[in-house]
Design a protein around this ligand. Structure first.
Ligand SMILES: [Zn+2]
Ligand SMILES: [Zn+2]
Length: 316
């Protein structure tokens, strides 16, 4: 069952309204362990995979303007997740679909194939990319943002369109676009939005491109865009599985309010969130880390590859 509160997930966004600091207190070690929950009945390998050891940093104390300074997040322990009866893939709905939406200009574009491969390694599910769909005027409500002077597309319209497009064997359908998005007229922009009830979401990579802010694209810009997009895609896929924002460890499921915060966030799942995904998909944690390690090495993401390597040593 998905409650109304959970029905819509709005990702990191710029609200025009003023925000107030809520005084978030990072959970201590005991609380972090309780969020993972007892692992006694699990296999020895899973027990090792869900033991944090020294591989995982606690969630950082938020700075003013950071997600946890602005949003009150209750957290979601593994047990709470399990009891929420989250959406799970089954024999019929077992494929994650990606829908490229609008133009992916040559010099700006990230490799959709690399993103698809990454999502496969991360979820250990089959991930398929649908044929790109172009946007013509009038397809979706749009406006010109008064600050950036760039076109923005209304997410609500895209979500409505996506609902009719989820294939019969699709667990979820994630539209990805280089167009900037907004969720309603009072908001400045939104990085993405999902309807969990329907298993659809739309995510923009527009603001991950330095050129969007009028900044020069550095030499390593394509790698930067890919790294940022990888995090968005897996974070949003996590939401599709019913994972809410992580408040326990520094984790790819942490909420993010701005680009610096997204860049600080690691690419990996903490033990609480890994346990949730593993519970729903049933993958072999070792095989998953091996696939991730291979992907990171292929792309020259040495730091991420080394981290996965150290996890594998502890799990085997
Ligand atoms: Zn999120
Ligand atoms: Zn987490």
């Amino acid at each position: 069952m998905v409650t109304m509160r959970r029905a819509l997930v709005i990702s990191a966004a710029g609200m025009l309204a003023a925000c107030s600091v809520m005084g978030f207190e990072p959970p201590g070690l005991q609380q972090r362990l309780e969020a993972i929950g007892p692992t006694k009945g699990l296999s020895a390998k899973l027990q090792r995979a869900f033991a944090p050891g020294d591989s995982f940093e606690p969630v950082p104390v938020p700075c003013p303007g950071d997600w946890l300074a602005v949003h009150r997040e209750p957290g979601q322990t593994f047990e709470q997740f399990r009891r929420s009866r989250p959406n799970q893939p089954d024999a019929r709905r077992r494929i994650i679909y990606l829908q490229p939406l609008g133009a992916f200009p040559e010099q700006q574009s990230l490799s959709l194939e690399e993103l698809r491969e990454y999502a496969t390694a991360f979820s250990q599910m089959e991930v398929k990319a649908l044929s790109p769909v172009s946007i013509t005027a009038g397809d979706f409500t749009s406006r010109t943002n008064s600050m950036t002077r760039q076109r923005q597309i209304l997410t609500e319209d895209v979500l409505r369109w996506l609902k009719g497009k989820l294939p019969a064997d699709g667990f979820c359908l994630l539209a990805i676009t280089m167009e900037d998005l907004y969720p309603e007229p009072s908001w400045n922009f939104v990085f993405g939005q999902a309807s969990l009830n329907e298993g659809v979401g739309v995510y923009s990579f527009a603001r991950y491109d330095p050129a969007f802010y009028g900044e020069p694209r550095g030499k390593d810009y394509q790698a930067l865009l890919l790294h940022r997009s990888m995090k968005v895609l897996t974070h949003e896929t996590g939401h599709m599985f019913g994972l809410t924002h992580c408040i326990y460890f520094h984790c790819v499921m942490n909420g993010s309010n701005h680009l610096r915060e997204s860049d600080r966030r690691p690419v990996h799942l903490c033990p609480v969130c890994l346990r949730k995904l593993q519970f729903s998909v049933g993958f072999d944690v070792e095989k998953r880390y091996e696939a991730l390690g291979q992907f990171y090495r292929q792309l020259g993401l040495e730091e991420d590859a080394a981290w996965v390597g150290s996890r594998l040593e502890k799990i085997r």
